[in-house]
Each structure stands twice: as C-alpha cells, then as structure tokens.
Design a binder for this molecule. Sequence first.
Ligand code: FES
Ligand code: FES
Length: 175
Amino acid sequence: MISMVVNGVRRELQTPADTPLLYVLRNDLELSGPQFGCGLAQCGACSVLLDGKEVRSCVTTLSAAAGKEITTLEGLPARWAKQKGLSPADSEKTLHPVQQAWIEEQAPLCGFCQNGMMIKAAELLERVASPTLAEIKEAFTTSGPSPHLCRCGSYTAIIAAVQLAAKTMANGRQA
Ligand code: FES
Ligand code: FES
C-alpha cells in the first residue's frame, strides 16, 4: 500500500507502484484538474505540486509520490487559505489568487493547458514574490523538463495573470 497526502487529505492506495501519478489522480481519486496532454513530460498539462515543486505527473510514478504531499489545481484554494491563515469557512469561499487572476485576465482559450499554467504560476509565486518578466518567461520555458505549451497561444494573457496574481498575493500576505 502507498500512502500520500493529496490536497490535504491522506490517501492509502493499492494501485501498482509504477502507475503514473496522473492516472492515479484522475482515475483513482477522480481529480480532473491535471490533464493528459503528451504523456512524455513535454507539454506541462499534467503538472501538479509535489512537496511544493512542479512535477509532470504523467512521468512521475506513484512510488515517487509515496509519503509526499501533492497539490492539484483543486487544492490550490486550500493551499492559499492555509498560507494566509483563513478560517475554514472563509477558505471555502476563496480561490487561489492565481485562479482569480486567470479569471480576471480571461487567460484560457480552449483551456486544455491551463491546469499546468496555473500550477506553474503558483509554484513560481511561492518562490519569488514579485517576479520580473524575464523570471516569468524563464519559469514557463526553461525551468522544467520542457516549456509549458499552449496550442491556442494564450501566453500574453498568462503573463498578465501571473503579474496580477503576484500583486494580489503580496497584498494578501500583508493582511
Ligand atoms: S501530459 Fe505530462 S507533460 Fe504533457
Ligand atoms: S488555452 Fe488551449 S492549449 Fe492553452
């Protein structure tokens, strides 16, 4: 049996240890945020946070996640609520600033890549509070196994959303 914490809840899994984490999240745990794009760590659609670091869940085995903490897109609101010290009641009404900024900037077009884009943005903004334009571009292009790909070309809106989320998170942390 493999044990891991997914979005704050401990999960015990009987699934074979070499199963891709993406399959476990989508099929066993019914979390539909992470998407199957390429299956080869080449697009970023499947990204999740593993102990706070973005990984491509299509090439991460379940055994590699054993004993670790996984955050999917569904878990970003609670992650932010915990960082901000919100009450459970308030946290249920709160989106992660990255998700809110994605809505305000209308970043998604078809939406398929946007799970990975938001996970990458959340990881970046936990590490760098006010990233420069160059740091944002670096995070989405050369920092991982491949660039985060958007076949619809929503990159400009994504950059604007990251910048907006950075401002919101900076204000939130001061609250
Ligand atoms: S589906 Fe995992 S990187 Fe493309
Ligand atoms: S919004 Fe369609 S692939 Fe990015």
